[in-house]
Design a protein around this ligand. Structure first.
Ligand code: GLN
Length: 476
């Protein structure tokens, strides 16, 4: 679903926002049992449709007016319940909207519901024990990825033009990869996190799912920017993320090859633990394709690449502990009876959350924090400096999104550390990165996804969009 086409239909009054939302909600009714949504409020959808039709009547419309979308349930919304995928918050009503949701609401975007997710964003499967398991959109019984797994289904089935999730260690890029769509994680601090439930505050970012990169650039145009309520956002001049589309990389008119001059960084370390042959061969193909478009390949050294997941796990677990212990009012760990009491906060968490929470508690305890948490933060600074240096020699870094193509959601035995190996890099450093799908590989009615990930320099979103646009034009 292309936003420009949709906008044309809506503005020329061939399609009413109300009819479009009704059509999508009808489709969802049939698949509701698949747990892609946690909350849908039909009356609220109606109200939003009236508002967007009013905007159209008064000629105050924009590219996004009347367009339906859905948000991961981690973003606070005033009119629908917000649960963060947790049983503890099942009846929670927020009294304010997230900043970016306010921006989209003002433009007349219609929120059709809140998507399922892993509890407090911890996990890579959308295995929600309370709200159900979300399935993959391509294969039965294989995982949708996570933690924003509920948000991808409708986008992947072409029912929504875009959807919004959050990315702490790959939650946008992993499900996007496994469902064959684009997952875009911008620079940390580009989009306001106000109103979002925190998992790891120093790494959380709002991310966008879509099938078309043009949609992503239009959505970014609408939701990025400084927010006085979020101290981590940057006060930069407003950018137009579509400005490089259809231009050469070097911005001159002489080159016939569109990406002539682009330097792609790659490291041998990326392939040390790549188990799947399909992933390796796909990356080699992608590099050849880029060379065909005029790009050059440069070898870079990524410092501590094999420890990046460990550093990520230490920092995210510690921050998770301090972020979610606020939902608890009585927390004593010393008594063994505590673990047996089923009614307390700790025991009502899902297994994933429990593990991370427990480890986080240990890592930031006053006598251990120097050894683990602060050491990890020091290593993180070194990793960031190394990446800054690498971007003198290359414009983007290309790496796999995941080290396998899919895994069965029923007997999940894939090495959990390897899952976040390639995606957590850009969260630790705060760099923007995108997962881009390649062609699907079919084997006996099973669809294997293929794709790759690119990481750009800070605030180079417009350039990343240009690269994906040129690449997809020819190779997809
Ligand atoms: N799988 C990762 C984790 O559990 C990433 C989750 C996320 O990005 N929210 O930490």
């Amino acid at each position: 679903m292309n936003l420009l086409n949709l906008n044309h239909l809506i503005c020329s009054k061939k399609l009413k926002p109300f009819d479009l939302s009704k059509f999508i909600l009808k489709k969802i009714e049939n698949i509701l049992f698949k747990n892609y949504f946690i909350n849908i409020d039909y009356n609220y959808v109606k109200k939003q449709c009236l508002y967007s039709e009013n905007l159209l009547l008064n000629n105050k419309h924009n590219f996004l007016t009347g367009v339906p979308t859905s948000y991961k349930d981690v973003f606070s919304t005033k009119n629908i319940q917000t649960t963060a995928g947790s049983r503890i918050l099942k009846n929670y009503n927020s009294f304010y909207n997230s900043t970016f949701i306010n921006k989209l609401n003002n433009l007349g975007v219609i929120n059709i519901g809140k998507n399922n997710m892993d509890e407090f964003c911890v996990g890579s499967n959308t295995f929600n024990f309370f709200f159900g398991v979300a399935d993959n959109s391509l294969n039965k019984n294989s995982t949708a990825g996570g933690s924003s797994g509920g948000s991808v289904f409708l986008v992947s089935k072409n029912l929504l033009p875009f959807s919004i999730g959050s990315d702490t260690g790959g939650s946008v890029r992993q499900p996007a990869f496994l469902n064959n769509i684009i997952g875009f994680k911008p620079t940390y601090g580009l989009i306001s996190r106000y109103g979002m439930f925190s998992y790891s505050s120093s790494m959380d970012t709002v991310g966008v799912f879509s099938k078309s990169v043009l949609n992503i650039s239009l959505v970014l145009n609408a939701i990025t920017g400084f927010d006085i309520k979020d101290q981590t956002t940057f006060n930069l001049t407003k950018e137009d993320y579509t400005r490089y589309l259809n231009k050469n990389w070097l911005l001159n008119k002489i080159n016939f090859k569109k990406l002539n001059g682009l330097r792609i960084g790659i490291s041998k370390k990326f392939f040390n633990n790549t188990y799947s042959f399909l992933i390796r061969s796909n990356i080699e193909n992608v590099l050849l394709n880029f060379e065909f478009l005029g790009a050059k390949i440069v070898f870079v050294d990524i410092l501590f690449f094999d420890f990046i997941v460990t550093v990520y796990n230490v920092i995210s677990s510690s921050e998770l502990h301090s972020n979610i212990s606020r939902y608890n009012n009585n927390f004593l760990f010393n008594e063994t009876s505590f673990f047996k009491n089923k009614k307390n906060f700790f025991n009502s968490l899902s297994i994933n959350c429990k593990n991370r929470f427990f480890i986080g508690k240990y890592l930031i305890s006053s006598d251990k924090n120097k050894k683990y948490f602060f050491l990890s933060k020091k290593i993180r600074t070194l990793i960031i400096e190394n990446f800054k240096k690498n971007f003198f020699f290359c414009d983007i870094i290309l790496l796999p999104t995941l080290s396998c193509n899919s895994w069965n959601s029923l007997n999940f035995s894939f090495n959990k550390i390897l899952i976040d190996k390639y995606t957590s890099v850009s969260n630790l450093t705060g760099l923007p990165s995108v997962s881009i799908p390649s062609k699907i590989y079919k084997y006996k009615s099973f669809n294997f996804c293929k794709g790759f990930q690119i990481i750009g320099n800070y605030f180079s979103e417009a350039r990343l969009i240009q690269i994906i646009y040129e690449y997809k034009k020819i190779f997809l």
